[in-house]
Design a protein around this ligand. Structure first.
Ligand code: GN1
Ligand code: MG
Length: 354
């Protein structure tokens, strides 16, 4: 029984709390995340990390902890109450480890739940978009003096375009006739975009764009707000790794500026929202502008285009692979997600002129 299992795992960690009930937080596609309600607050977030996807879970947890500790030092001037709401806090197990490993090989990680906080699956007004930008800018500023090379690359080549194209070619080679046929026009779209979609990677490799600490999963549902929609902090630091600013800027735009959910099937509802783009960018640049080089600044819009594309490409590849990576709810789910991202990309191109 799930309750018994979660209760047992929760009890392996170092705290005084008593398990009361749980609720699955089901918005992720990779890990399983549960809100653990206790008899007395605080509540906790217990996460089972997918070690099929993340090959080095201890490295991943070490990354999360190092980044949190770094932010904690930077925010040490804030009151303990404020720190509690702005910094993710992880628990060790009763045996002093940073994760619990169950008999069946699963890895578990526990953090505190920031009370009276909310997340948004999509954006409903410009204030939320602005706050999303401000918080991302803040995260990148706070971590800018952390030596990126100390971080484990939890998913090697995560946003590497050549690697994603290679995976796509492999998937095409092994895909069923049916899936190749249903995905045909999107396969052509991907093939035609290859050169443009490598521009940022080339600039990174030539050293024209610098490598820094990046979050790598900056969708709006990973931004935590208080009840009045003021931004608190970024959550889900599983994929914190060395990267370029465009990864995080673009990946955030991908969900913030989509007028529909990532898997909305009615593509007429999927549009790129310019108002949200402007609000997000304003919040982001408020924190980041002075830290960005002219080249970094110039390529932000292409960053948005490239990141929408790369996730579209990954959804399409997973569809061709018969859905082995992202959790899906029905057979065409990954293809629908890819179609959605490519529609968003088209709308962005028209509106931003990139
Ligand atoms: C995955 O599981 P979740 O929602 O945190 C994926 C991201 C994608 C996202 C698409 C490790 O994130 O890269 O942008 O789905 N994470 C991994 O919604 O692949
Ligand atoms: Mg994530």
């Amino acid at each position: 029984m799930m309750t018994e299992r979660l209760k047992f795992v929760f009890a392996q960690f170092e705290h005084e709390a008593e398990f009361d009930s749980y609720k699955e937080l089901a918005s992720g596609h990779i890990n399983d995340t549960y809100l653990i309600k206790t008899k007395h607050k605080p509540y906790y977030v217990l996460q089972r990390i997918n070690h099929g996807v993340f090959k080095d879970v201890p490295g991943l947890i070490e990354n999360k902890m190092m980044i949190s500790n770094h932010i904690k030092e930077k925010l040490s001037h804030l009151s303990p109450k404020k720190q509690n709401r702005r910094i993710l806090r992880f628990y060790t197990t009763k045996t002093g480890d940073s994760y619990y490993r169950g008999d069946e090989g699963n890895y578990w990680n526990l953090m505190h739940f920031i009370d009276k906080s909310v997340t948004h699956e999509s954006v409903s007004n410009t204030d939320i978009a602005y706050e999303g930008g401000r918080l991302l800018g803040q995260f990148l500023t706070l971590t800018s003096d952390f030596e990126a090379s100390k971080l484990t690359e939890v998913i090697p080549k995560f946003h590497d375009m050549s690697f994603r194209y290679w995976e796509f070619e492999e998937a095409k080679r092994l895909a069923t006739k049916e899936r190749l046929e249903t995905a045909k026009s999107y396969i052509t779209l991907v093939e035609n975009a290859k050169e443009e979609m490598h521009i940022l990677q080339n600039l990174k490799e030539s050293g024209d764009i610098k490598v820094r600490v990046t979050h790598n999963d900056t969708k709006i549902s990973n931004v935590l707000f208080n009840k009045h929609d003021k931004g608190l902090c970024l959550i889900d630091t599983d994929t914190v790794m060395p990267g370029i600013v465009h990864y995080d800027f673009g990946d955030a735009i991908r969900t913030i500026c989509n007028t529909a959910a990532e898997d909305e099937r009615n593509l007429d509802l999927v549009e790129f929202n310019m108002e949200y783009y402007n609000a997000f960018t304003k919040g982001f640049l408020k924190k980041m502008k002075s830290a960005l080089s002219p080249t970094e600044l110039k390529y932000l819009p292409l960053g948005a285009k490239t990141m929408i594309f790369i996730i579209g490409l990954r959804f399409l590849t997973d569809y061709l692979n018969n859905d082995i990576y992202f959790k899906t709810k029905y057979p065409e789910h990954n293809l629908d997600r890819a179609k959605n991202q490519f529609k968003l990309l088209q709308s962005l191109s028209e509106k931003l002129g990139v």
